[in-house]
Write a protein that binds this ligand. Structure first.
Ligand SMILES: *Cc1c(COP(=O)(O)O)cnc(C)c1O
Length: 403
């Protein structure tokens, strides 16, 4: 356990606090909303939507209903392995052949939908055999039922791909999955159509090959909340794992979710400006009267969107303080005229709660014209992450530890 006073002095500029209890609770609350036999995949791509993949994976791994984790790339899978994660890891996107030998050896599951991938995987497993490592490539077949992104179509051509996967040496077809394009909309008919198409394809595979693929999955966060028919063997929880919503059209009352990330900074400078004074690049804000303004030492270089220029707000002493003028790379200014107690060194809440007020990623996302998923992913490497459990600091991740 890290002692709070030993580190906080060097995290004053900015830090993100990640509440591991909230993440585990979100997972458990989602589990209560799905079928008892359905297991869960925690989607931790893009470093856990900016929250930190390894600490979150370590926290969730012991959950009995957790099958494993999903990432987007070979590198993300390896980082989880390096962090000691033993449960299965699935790569959701196309995986490039340079990584096959290592991934097969590590038993990382890959999404497959191209015939050349089957051959290359089989060859990679054969090369491993020559080195005395006898492992099959475990794959999940990706089916396109409406995204038109990756995946074989749910037709005869798709069926022949499935058959060739079954027949290729050194390949084990562990799973088959598809992905919703519109499950986060209030009208679920498109998603229902995708489920029906996926189920028809599964029936076709059963009928034509007599084989049952062990793990079938299609649900994402929106599906977990509102599409019980999409439960199947596994569901893939992404954005909701972090306590964020897939869209403003999903029902918020079905599963209790709490945002896991808060973002804090500090006032580094306060001054009064006279009427007619411009603030920040381009003087897009000009004071109409005498004002008291404060400078916050973070900016778009930390992933705090420039799109919040003149639109966003932060919390100071439990009150909203609007952003004045443009957000710079490393700093921005706020109006504290109405918060006389605000002083240099005071904490500023950029995301999270302060008293009765709250700033959510969804709200900042819509103010800045940035999708909340994108907002989370873009919180930069320059922002140290503090991981808390039971209200205490478990550890911190910093990009520089020289002080
Ligand atoms: C990112 C992703 C998910 C998770 O989506 P959320 O909306 O965050 O739950 C699930 N499945 C696939 C294939 C994905 O790419």
């Amino acid at each position: 356990m890290v002692k709070e006073e030993d580190i906080m002095y060097r995290l004053k500029r900015v830090y993100a606090e990640i509440d591991l209890d909230a993440i585990r609770n979100n997972m458990e609350n989602m589990k209560r909303n799905i079928a008892p036999q359905t297991k869960m995949i925690a989607v931790v791509k893009t470093d856990g939507y900016g929250h930190g993949a390894a600490p979150i994976a370590r926290e969730l791994e012991p959950l009995p209903f957790l099958y494993g984790f999903a990432v987007a790339t070979a590198e993300e899978a390896c980082l989880l392995k390096d962090a000691g994660i033993a449960k299965p890891i699935l790569i959701l996107g196309y995986t490039f052949p340079y990584s096959y030998e290592k991934l097969i050896q590590e038993e990382v599951r890959m999404a497959v939908f191209r015939s050349d991938t089957l051959k290359e995987l089989s060859n990679a497993a054969a090369r491993l055999e020559k080195k005395g490592i006898h492992k099959k490539a475990k794959v999940h077949i990706k089916v396109d039922t409406g995204m038109s992104r990756i995946g074989v179509r749910a037709d005869e051509e798709g069926l022949s791909f499935v058959e060739s996967a079954f027949e290729t040496d050194r390949i084990e077809v562990e799973g088959i999955f598809t992905h919703f394009a519109r499950a986060d909309e209030s009208d679920k008919s498109a998603a229902e159509g995708q489920i029906a198409e996926f189920e028809r394809f599964l029936a076709l595979i059963r009928e034509k090959t007599g084989r049952e693929i062990p793990l079938k999955h299609c649900s994402n966060s929106a599906g977990i909340l509102e599409l019980p028919r999409a439960n199947m063997d596994l569901v893939r929880a992404g954005i909701t794992l972090y306590g964020l919503l897939p869209s403003d059209q999903v029902r918020k009352d079905i599963v209790e979710l709490a945002p896991a990330l808060s973002l804090y900074s500090t006032i580094v400078y306060i001054k009064e400006i006279e009427a007619g004074t411009g603030v920040s690049y381009g003087s897009t804000f000009v004071a109409k009267e005498k004002m008291r303004i404060a400078t916050i030492p973070i900016g778009y270089g930390d992933g705090y969107p420039r799109g919040l220029s003149g639109k966003g707000f932060v919390l100071v002493h439990g009150k909203r303080a609007p952003i004045l003028g443009r957000v710079c790379m490393d700093q921005f200014m706020i109006d504290v005229t109405h918060i006389p107690e605000a002083a240099q060194g005071d904490v500023v809440t950029l995301i999270g709660c302060d008293g009765k007020e709250q700033v959510t990623m969804e709200e900042l996302g819509s103010l800045s014209g940035r999708f909340n998923y994108e907002f989370a992913c873009d919180i930069g490497k320059r922002v140290p992450r503090i991981y808390k459990k039971g209200g205490k600091i478990l550890y911190i991740e910093e990009y520089c530890q020289d002080f």
